[in-house]
Design a binder for this molecule. Structure first.
Ligand SMILES: [Zn+2]
Length: 271
């Protein structure tokens, strides 16, 4: 684990030095100002000109607070980082020159406000948070991987999309989430339908689009407190042993990045 952590920390350090704009020290103060405000103030809906459309591609979690652990004991943060970096690169190459990859450090809860602060201070037009899915602890089963006792659940698989009704641009967020879902479906991928089931407990969500897998998740900080439209993508399940391998494959990563870029082109045309 220590070795994994240092690899990820190294990855992040190298990206911090690259051309992407990231959360810097001043954003903590910005985030604090955000918290003090009663609620997000909507910016006027921006007309979409691709080169000027400010898209923030957010890497879910941080090296310290890495999210879920995969069936083969790899942290979710690494999966999120690799896919979000590919999505951001794809968007830039397709003319969305103002796309930023957002990598955040620190502990889980404060990092959420840092993300929102960075997006709002940067006057983002769109916030897309990239994650990979797991299951509630009670569904975990044990197996041995690489000589270590490990956890998995092969019961569910697929991607899912989340939007918040508390977001000031809920309608636009929902429209984009549907477009991403539609594109993923056209790539032959299926969505994770378990979020409506009682077995999901406190993770149970309202399904807003049963055709392409868009759920409502009001309380999520990065969706409800961003002033721009915001969508969270769970790209696939890394606790499912087969899907974890797929999420590691360049083909699947390209399919997801292509779906997001296709949806953004469509979204931009409709603005
Ligand atoms: Zn996550």
């Amino acid at each position: 684990m220590g070795q994994l952590r240092s690899i990820i920390a190294g990855l992040v350090a190298s990206i911090l030095l690259s051309s992407f704009v990231l959360v810097e020290a001043g954003d903590a103060a910005a985030a604090a100002r955000e918290i003090a405000r009663p609620g997000p103030k909507p910016s006027p809906p921006a007309k979409c000109e691709a080169p000027k459309f400010r898209i923030v591609v957010d890497v879910g979690h941080t090296p310290d607070s890495y999210g879920a652990l995969s069936a083969r004991n790899d942290p979710e943060f690494g999966f999120n980082f690799r896919l979000a970096r590919l999505i951001a690169a794809k968007l830039k190459s397709e003319g969305f020159a103002a796309t930023r990859l957002l990598v955040t450090d620190g502990k889980a809860r404060p990092s959420l406000f840092k993300r929102v602060g960075a997006a709002n201070e940067g006057r983002a037009d769109l916030f897309l948070s990239v994650h990979h899915d797991s299951v509630p602890d009670k569904l975990l089963e044990t197996w041995e991987f690489d000589g270590a006792n490990s956890y998995f659940s092969d019961r569910f698989s697929g991607h899912s999309l989340f939007v918040s009704r508390q977001n000031p641009h809920f309608a636009a967020s929902l429209m984009l989430a549907r477009m991403i879902g539609r594109q993923l479906k056209e790539q032959g991928l299926h969505y994770a339908s378990q979020y409506t089931l009682p077995v999901m407990g406190r993770y149970r969500r309202q399904l807003l689009d049963k055709d392409v897998g868009v759920y409502r998740y009001d309380g999520l900080v990065v969706l409800s407190r961003t002033r721009s439209a915001a969508v969270l993508l769970e790209a696939g399940s890394i606790i499912n042993r087969d899907e974890e391998m797929e999420m590691n494959s360049p083909e699947r990563q390209e399919a997801v990045a292509g779906a997001v870029a296709g949806a953004l082109r469509e979204f931009c045309e409709k603005r």
